[in-house]
Design a protein around this ligand. Sequence first.
Ligand SMILES: [Fe+2]
Length: 331
Amino acid sequence: MTPLRHASSGTASLERAAHPRPGGIGTGARKLVRHWDRLVERWSRDFGSSFVEDYSFAGAERHRALHRRVYDGRIEVTEHRIRLHNLPENFRGLRIVQLSDIHHSLFLPFHAVLDAVSLANRLKPDVIALTGDFVTYSRAYIEPVAAILGTLRARHGVFAVLGNHDFRVDAGEVTRALERHAIEVLRNRHTLIRHAGHSLPIAGIDDLGYSADLSRALHGIRPGAPSILLSHNPKIIRRAAHCQVSLVLSGHTHGGQINLPFAGTVFGRSPERMRFKSGWDRLGPTQIYVSRGIGTVVLPLRVRCPAEIPHFHLQPYDSSRAAPHRLSAES
Ligand SMILES: [Fe+2]
């Protein structure tokens, strides 16, 4: 399978990412980094991880798309060719649009959600994948965001999974609201897209911090069959690779949301968080795409990390065109 870019992963490169080269940032900036990390640790201790997400300085932005189409300067549509093993020829060219981390709230008002939905519809996709965090803290935004998302149109349907914020607000109500607007919510189960006598499984799991059950979601999918998994949190990647999922679509990280010059992104301290933070990657047989998402949390701010709508074009894997790739040490 030809990756859009080669994963320069592996333990050594992860360690390099975790410990930036000396001289990469100045003494003042390092002090600022240490101060910020201590602040984040204290917030996490005081409020619990359910309140403060892990926003620490680390690593560098590694996203690289095939090419980009910027529609309005605020949301970037990124294009990606994804080659999947055993994808039936009938599904060649199937297009999936992903919307993630909408976070409808004071930070992301009604008209901004409408812009994102309008962009997605203009792409005329076959499938739309919604990968969680529709709201942030308030129940008042559940029905409005579901109503706007109900205007999404895709030939084979609109599918959703819930994110950690949806669980904090009210997972049941978010599910019911989305389903009232004809969006199929995949809570630890899968469905089949059928076309010309062939089928392609799309599975979805609850957020990893709540009631995710990958085995249940994949139950009944033939081993080796191409499969797509929607998981709000990209941390599912190891288990997904173990289960030979073909492609995982995730969000949650907001791509770092704030990527400062020299200091890098403020999301994710661990090497794994840095690696699976934004864009395409692979682990063993499993490809993953982590969207930067639409909305924001903590601050109504994105720095050098624009909102994103990824647009995937699926193709069958052709071994004669595949470039060699290195499996990571952990796979
Ligand atoms: Fe989010």
